[in-house]
Write a protein that binds this ligand. Structure first.
Ligand code: ZN
Length: 131
């Protein structure tokens, strides 16, 4: 893909990501407030729980983000940004054909072309409940 086009999609993705992260922060803040209200101690049980788990804060932040609906989108946007860096952005993950501009305009984090995507969705529907 041309560099100017890549830059354009990168900008769209970063902007979208920023909006989603800001939205997630609002959700997280209201979550935290509720937790603090419920616990009678001076520290929130959430923070204690985090320390108890012994996992890296950033990783927990990430998994928290990714667990939410917006977070899943952030995950896909991150993956798209990775593909831009790798130079594989704009290619279908499944058939390796170029994804149409129209599709990337509508879904800049698209991983598959429309044909492969709808084939996947049909497969999912046939399998009943899936991922
Ligand atoms: Zn494809």
């Amino acid at each position: 893909m041309e560099k100017t086009k890549l830059e354009k999609y990168k900008k769209i993705l970063l902007q979208k990501r920023k909006e989603l992260v800001e939205h997630m922060e609002v959700i997280k803040d209201s979550d935290m407030q509720q937790t603090t209200k419920e616990s009678s101690g001076d520290h929130s049980s959430y923070a204690f729980h985090m320390a108890d788990q012994g996992t890296d804060n950033m990783e927990r932040e990430k998994s928290f983000f990714y667990a939410q609906r917006d977070g899943r989108l952030i995950y896909h946007i991150d993956k798209a940004l990775e593909r831009i860096e790798e130079g594989t952005y704009g290619r279908c993950h499944s058939c390796n054909e170029y994804i149409s501009d129209a599709r990337l305009e509508a879904v800049p984090h698209a991983r598959m072309c429309i044909a492969c995507k709808s084939a996947e969705e049909q497969k999912k529907a046939a399998n009943g409940r899936g991922g």
